[in-house]
Write a protein that binds this ligand. Structure first.
Ligand SMILES: [Zn+2]
Length: 189
């Protein structure tokens, strides 16, 4: 019997999904103790912990890919091709916007703040790649029917023009250029 659990292609994708699904008290943070468990004969990853806001027990279980790959250190990878099962294109754009906006304009190279800024831009760039994954082969935009969530549809309805392949690529390329500039400025280890 195929597992009906949603597939988390990477830990990073699972964490983004959990961030987007906060506790009823509104707090999204909880101490995420992860373990690999077996569900219906398949391996799954489970995250359990107490909500940082109200102490309520939080739990998420995801299917994991047959071949688990670890992204290289310092990189942000949500998947390896294909479309996300956890977030739709609108949610990925929401994530990209959020991380891009949170990136400070100024920071001292080589500091923890610089490392965090790089992580935020890398997350935004990777999230843009996930939006692009929903543009069908030969198509020029994300189809509205592919949006599965209220949040995703809200983002789309606010600015449908942002979901064209060309515009998505421009934004993603911009984030990647910023990353390249950041790395050029960073002192080599
Ligand atoms: Zn709570």
């Amino acid at each position: 019997m195929p597992s009906t659990l949603p597939l988390a292609r990477t830990n990073a994708e699972a964490h983004i999904y959990m961030d987007l699904h906060p506790c009823a008290c509104g707090n999204g943070a909880f101490e995420r103790n992860s373990s690999v468990i077996e569900v219906d004969g398949d391996l799954a990853s489970r995250y359990v912990g107490a909500c940082s806001g109200c102490g309520e027990r939080r739990e998420f279980v995801f299917a994991i890919p047959q071949d688990v790959r670890l992204p290289p250190p310092g990189s942000v990878v949500f998947g390896y091709g294909g479309q996300s099962e956890l977030l739709d294109a609108g949610e990925w754009l929401f994530v990209a916007d959020r991380y891009a906006r949170a990136t400070p304009a100024k920071y001292e190279p080589g500091t923890e703040a610089a490392r965090q800024a790089r992580q935020q831009v890398a997350t935004a760039a990777a999230a843009m790649g996930e939006v692009l994954a929903f543009v069908p082969e030969g198509g020029d935009a994300v189809p509205y029917e592919s949006l599965r969530t209220d949040r995703g549809r809200e983002v789309f309805d606010a600015q449908p023009g942002r979901f064209y392949r060309d515009r998505l690529k421009v934004i993603r390329d911009t984030y990647e250029e910023i990353l390249t500039e950041m790395d050029a400025k960073a002192p080599s280890a």
